[in-house]
Design a binder for this molecule. Structure first.
Ligand code: SF4
Length: 348
């Protein structure tokens, strides 16, 4: 159970204990059809909140039509212009993300808070190490980002505005982790986690898994975005995998484990594990399936798996709940394993 405030963003409750997945469109927001199409793809992949940049007035106007055609809450990403934030609010967004360091001063932030409060729109304070006020420059970066975020929180609280989510992303994983740990201790507002400018797919995935994953394992973080220089659908898939690895994914799913292979390996573990993963991707049950390269260690090393296969020279062993059940010709592993997985699914 989370001890955070709950901030409602459309039908998503941030801070409720369930970690929600976000992504961001990379189409031109003014290209309404392309943006809607991309959001629908993100929804299909499991995205629960989507953010779009609002670089100008035409984008803010376009949001209205986009929102009509999507099914998840929309967040407007605003820099430099509180007017665009107001226009996005009028278009019907559920949350606004601002970088308070470049929104035009405290008075404008206060005006925006009042405007959003009247319309039940949440606000994310997204602090960025690159745009901190000069008074924070002498502090260690993590402390500076935390203090800066809290300063803006106090401005909003003075306006009786509490529907606040905080992010303080850094492209340095250690700084990011340290900043969020400080924020978690210092306030009870929900935290949006992310490593910013994480890079292309592989690098970005590793950085995000380390940064977001470390915090999630400590119970810190209420919503996440994996930033990748890639298709945003991949961000959503990566976010799901990080949640799964941290036991934070909230839906039952079929997990595939496989051995790293060695000189004892008798079967094509990689190809088989990929085929089994594809075969099981829509099974909505918490089942763990093991694909192991040998019978010598396979069954023993896959403890915790509900069932699986351990490769033999010509025939492999199928096992269920740690017990051998039958041998199968190596060419027939996939259909036989499928039969046992489906049987296990229907019984459990
Ligand atoms: S399960 Fe067998 S093949 Fe796979 S790594 Fe272990 S010993 Fe090697």
């Amino acid at each position: 159970m989370s001890n955070k405030r709950i901030v409602k963003v459309g039908n998503v409750e941030i801070g409720s204990g369930k970690v929600s997945i976000q992504s961001m469109t990379n189409t031109k927001t003014t290209d309404i059809d392309a943006t809607i199409n991309q959001i629908l793809q993100l929804e299909k992949a499991g995205c629960e909140l989507v953010r779009s940049s609002v670089p100008g007035e035409e984008s803010a106007i376009a949001l209205k039509e986009i929102i009509k055609n999507i099914h998840i809450p929309m967040i407007a990403d605003i820099h430099f212009s509180h007017k665009l934030a107001l226009m996005s609010a009028d278009a019907g967004v559920n949350k606004i993300r601002i970088n308070p360091g470049n929104i035009g001063g405290v008075d404008k932030a206060k005006y925006l808070a009042d405007y959003l409060k009247e319309r039940n729109i949440a606000l994310r304070i997204g602090v960025n190490g690159g745009s901190l006020d000069s008074k924070y420059k002498s502090m260690p970066l993590a402390k500076a980002m935390c203090e800066s975020a809290l300063e803006y929180v106090s401005v909003l609280e003075k306006c009786n505005f509490y529907d606040i989510v905080i992010s303080a992303k850094s492209s340095n994983v250690k700084t990011m982790i340290e900043t969020y740990r400080l924020l978690d201790k210092a306030c009870d507002y929900p935290l949006h986690l992310g490593v910013t400018e994480a890079g292309i797919y592989h690098t970005g995935l590793v950085k995000s898994a380390v940064g977001i994953g470390s915090l999630l394992c400590d119970g810190i973080g209420d919503t996440i975005r994996v930033s990748l220089s890639d298709d945003p659908v991949k961000e959503v898939e990566a976010a799901k995998d990080i949640l799964k690895a941290c036991d934070k994914y909230n839906k039952p799913y079929c997990e595939i484990i496989s051995c790293p292979t060695c000189a004892r390996t008798n079967i094509k573990v990689k190809e088989l594990a990929e085929q089994v993963e594809e075969m099981c991707k829509d099974i909505p049950k918490a089942i763990k399936v093991a694909v192991m390269g040998c019978v010598v260690n396979g069954i023993g090393e896959s403890q915790g798996a509900n069932l699986g296969v351990a490769g033999g020279k010509d025939k492999s062993a199928i096992f269920v709940d740690g017990e051998y059940v039958c041998n199968v010709n190596n060419e027939e592993i996939l259909p036989v394993l499928k039969k046992y997985i489906l049987e296990y699914q229907s019984k459990n």
